[in-house]
Ligand binder design. Sequence first.
Ligand SMILES: [Zn+2]
Length: 142
Amino acid sequence: MNEDTPTGDWTRGPGPDAVFAQFIAAGEFRIQRCESCHGHVFYPRLACSHCGSVELRWVRPSGRGVVHAVSIVHRRSEQGGPYNVVLVDLQEGPRMMGRVDGQPHDSIRIGLRVKARVGSAATGEPCVVFDAAGDADAGAGP
Ligand SMILES: [Zn+2]
């Protein structure tokens, strides 16, 4: 698989969910970008959510985003303790669910700038997680 592989060919090969999972398993966070309207698409789809085109390609997003909503799920410590669930607006446009690592839960707030990476879920499966990006490199960073 390479970046020139169109995802719109639904007559064969794995579906977009499976392709996304394959990238994550390889340590790469990718989302789809529409060749027709240039919009970014997430969750993985067969057709563009903006214009309906099937010419979607897998690209590497910046990973940068801003927390849109946060929820702290309280569990007993013997069940693993509290964890957070966030909705992040990616710089490219799509909104995705994930969690923020390495931050006290009460410091995770709406508007927090974050950066995505591939981490692991509680089950050990690879998944996309977010780290606080800090205000210092907000906006114009590399
Ligand atoms: Zn489109």
